[in-house]
Design a protein around this ligand. Structure first.
Ligand SMILES: CC(C)(COP(=O)(O)OP(=O)(O)OC[C@H]1O[C@@H](n2cnc3c(N)ncnc32)[C@H](O)[C@@H]1OP(=O)(O)O)[C@@H](O)C(=O)NCCC(=O)NCCS
Length: 195
């Protein structure tokens, strides 16, 4: 398990799970900035501090119960990204869903790749899932490129699914090819550094 990572620009990012000491205001600012920026995330309006506190409480509880992995990415103690892995309920327990968001100034430096790699490895170790999957909006080309690099491919299209700026966009469901994931890791920048 990695607790810190070096980005392409040399910055060192600390990775840690939720621990209950989070500053709800910082999390609120993080999500509201992403919403204002009109990223392809589900949240479509600003959240209040009360809502954010409640949301954090739920995430922490789920994390502590072992029902999800929730990781924060920090630079000098400040939140710059987060990601989660969550198995489904009951007969869907073998299917783990992933999600990720990174603050604008910290994108394109390899953090998304490193965080998801860590999240996939922790998920494998914890749950040995049958499927690791995620959803992405057709127009979210940066995210799609990253997911393809990691070894995900489209298995379903939900046509006209996601409401964005008064239009309905297609949403894709992607599944991880675990062999591809292992292979690409060996040839990636990080993997080649270790050899
Ligand atoms: C989508 C998102 C998470 C991507 O994060 P990111 O940190 O910018 O992504 P990265 O820099 O790790 O990866 C992007 C690129 O690097 C590649 N890459 C990065 N590190 C790599 C490595 N060590 N080895 C191989 N490839 C790597 C990726 O495949 C991709 O290729 P590119 O060279 O064409 O840019 C980020 O843009 C974001 O938070 N967007 C807003 C919210 C959002 O859309 N979330 C996803 C919803 S589905």
């Amino acid at each position: 398990m990695r607790t810190q990572m070096r980005l392409k620009d040399g910055s060192i990012v600390k990775i840690e799970p939720l621990n209950g000491r989070e500053d709800a205001k910082e999390f609120q600012e993080f999500i509201n900035t992403l919403t204002k920026e009109k990223t392809y995330l589900l949240v479509n309006k600003p959240v209040t501090l009360k809502e954010e506190k409640q949301w954090l409480k739920t995430q922490l509880l789920e994390h502590r119960k072992g029902h999800q992995i929730y990781l924060k990415a920090l630079i000098n103690g400040r939140l710059i990204g987060d990601c989660f892995a969550k198995p489904g309920f009951g007969r869907n327990q073998g299917n783990v869903n992933l999600g990720i968001a990174i603050a604008k100034n910290w994108r394109g430096k390899g953090l998304g790749y490193l965080l998801l790699t860590e999240l996939i490895e922790r998920s494998e170790k914890k749950w040995h899932p049958k499927n690791i999957y995620l959803h992405v909006i057709s127009k979210n080309t940066t995210a799609r490129r990253l997911y393809e690099t990691l070894g995900f491919h489209i298995i379903a299209t939900l046509p006209d699914w996601f409401e964005y700026e008064k239009k309905y966009l297609d949403e894709y469901m992607l599944i991880l090819d675990k062999e591809k994931f292992v292979q690409q890791k060996k040839t990636s920048y990080e993997g080649s550094k270790k050899r």
